[in-house]
Design a binder for this molecule. Structure first.
Ligand SMILES: [Zn+2]
Ligand SMILES: [Zn+2]
Length: 535
């Protein structure tokens, strides 16, 4: 969600002397919104300097860019900034008006980012950072940058401030962007600390991981170290970092990973027609977000992610927020996030869509789309690991975990308290989650779920015909549920474990009524596919 802009206004736009700034480094580290404003205020008070141009110690130069964006303006507006030789740091702050709008009408909301002298081409090399609507200011230098932005050379040439006016009031949007060029010797070269691609695993085993997490590198309030600590506290084996529209966090995870925690780089790509997760990206790799479904650019970025071995996962496809519903289809996806954060109504819709696609895929002999669940946690009190994926992987490595997720050898858990084992056995063979069992059409098949950690929970077995079996767990939350079917009757079987409804009843999963017939999800499995042996 966008943050309210609170940037103070500055009227002194002349050149001014660089003030003593003992807290400058802290400001860049923390990205706090007030620090630079104070610094600029002090600078203005000292008056203009008399430094000669083109000297390393020449005065700061501040430009103010203002303009009006009407409704119907482009999704992205680029403001050119000429950066001369000798600039050590570019500091940007911005604000925009928020006129009164009628109830039910979106008010002004404007994102911001920056591209360097290499240009603004879609998928090009010029990207230098994005903070969405979360920050009112940022700075970039060679050795350091505000989280969300990429440290690196401040080369001369035409840079561009990118505005993303994603909600424009009927009156339009008046923006004011202030760019301060600070001159001086460049800082040291920035050294990224990327995380290793493996941790100390247990060989072929089930590993728990949350694959959708935010930090201060986008619109989260948690520092990366807080996210890593939260993942460990939640009993996770791995996490994938998915800040919005930037790769800046990739460089900080190295020291936070460890033998007990695999951390993989990723990104949440926030388009105007839905969000998708690029999971397991090459460290430092940025994936562009500046397109809509109608632009036909999405397939190109899917290919980019696939080439680097990563996964493409539409996120929260029915989230009702502006621009958050998924409109690119599922044909090129590797999985879909059907459960995002605490269980809500939109998750029911996502599960329904996912389930209905399973049968279609099996009819066509195509691969089916696995389900994923992730917390999308941004800040306290959102819980890291609620929910997460429990993946059967050959080891705790990048490739093995991504392979398991891609194959759907995974189930979705509300927390590490929930444990589960799900199999289908018949004709002398057994298959687990994400696997296939090919048996004679009428061979009896035992579907067996053993679960713990869901007191009074409701176990549901679902096939292409819908819910076929329902059974309640005892108060201690542990039990085994067995049900018999055949491959002629069921193209696949999957399991859900639900909490009791708010009134304490288990609900009746295949009934109609005014209220939802189920309580919140505690666990959901990917399907076990049943195929008829024709021989
Ligand atoms: Zn999102
Ligand atoms: Zn997110």
């Amino acid at each position: 969600m966008p943050a309210d802009p609170t940037a103070p206004r500055h009227d002194e736009d002349d050149q001014h002397e660089e003030p003593a700034q003992p807290a400058r480094r802290d400001l860049l580290r923390s990205g706090l919104a007030t620090g630079a404003a104070t610094a600029l205020g002090l600078a203005a008070a000292t008056g203009p300097a008399a430094a000669a141009p083109n000297q390393a110690d020449q005065a700061d130069r501040t430009l103010t860019l203002t303009g009006h964006l009407p409704t119907g303006c482009p999704d992205f507006v680029y403001l050119p900034v000429e950066v001369p030789d000798g600039v050590r740091e570019i500091a940007v702050s911005y604000s925009y008006d928020k006129p009164q709008v009628p109830a039910g009408t979106p008010g002004n909301s404007c994102d911001i980012g920056i591209f360097d002298e290499r240009g603004t081409d879609l998928g090009g090399d010029g990207f230098r950072g994005w903070s969405g609507g979360f920050r009112t200011e940022f700075a970039i230098a060679r050795d350091t940058a505000t989280p969300g932005y990429l440290p690196g050379p401040v080369n001369p040439g035409t840079w561009h401030i990118a505005l993303g006016p994603y909600q424009v009031a009927p009156q339009g949007l008046d923006y004011r962007v202030q760019v301060t060029l600070r001159f001086g010797a460049p800082g040291a070269e920035f050294t990224p600390h990327y995380p290793p691609e493996r941790a100390r695993g247990r060989g072929r085993a089930w590993y728990r991981g949350d694959c959708h997490l935010h930090t201060v590198h986008s619109d989260g309030r948690r520092l990366p170290e807080e996210v890593a600590a939260g993942a460990r506290a939640a009993g996770l084996d791995f996490i994938i970092s998915t800040d919005h529209n930037t790769s800046s966090s990739h460089a900080v995870w190295g020291p936070l990973a460890g033998p007990d925690l695999l951390i993989l780089p990723g990104e949440e790509i926030t388009t105007r027609n839905g969000h998708w997760l690029a999971l397991g990206l090459e460290a430092g790799r940025f994936v562009d977000w500046r397109y809509r479904s109608r632009d036909e650019e999405y397939p190109r970025f899917v290919r980019q992610v696939h080439r680097s071995g990563g996964l493409v996962v539409p996120a929260h496809p029915y989230c009702p927020y502006v621009a958050c519903q998924w409109k690119f289809g599922y044909e090129q996806a590797d999985a879909v996030e059907v459960w995002n954060g605490p269980w809500t109504y939109d998750d029911e819709s996502a599960v329904d869509t996912w389930d209905s696609r399973l049968a279609v895929a099996l009819r066509g002999g195509r691969s089916w789309l696995p389900a994923m669940g992730n917390s999308d946690a941004h800040s306290a009190p959102q819980v890291i690991g609620l929910p997460h994926n429990v993946v059967l992987a050959e080891d705790l490595t990048r490739d093995a975990v991504l392979d398991g997720l891609r194959a759907g050898r995974s189930w979705l858990a509300e927390s590490a308290t929930v444990r589960l084992d799900f199999t289908v056995t018949g004709n002398g063979r057994q298959a687990g989650i994400g696997e296939e069992l090919t048996v004679p059409a009428d061979a009896p098949l035992d579907v067996r779920l053993t679960v713990s950690g869901v007191p009074g929970g409701t176990v549901r077995f679902l096939t292409d015909e819908g819910q076929m079996h329902q059974e309640s767990l005892p108060a201690d939350g542990s039990g085994t549920v067995v049900w018999r079917t055949t491959a002629s009757l069921a193209a696949y079987v999957r399991a859900e474990v639900r909490h009791p409804k708010a009134d304490g009843t288990p609900g009746k999963g295949n009934s109609m009524g005014e209220d939802l017939p189920w309580g919140p999800m505690a666990a959901l499995t990917n399907p076990i596919v049943l195929r008829v042996d024709e021989h």
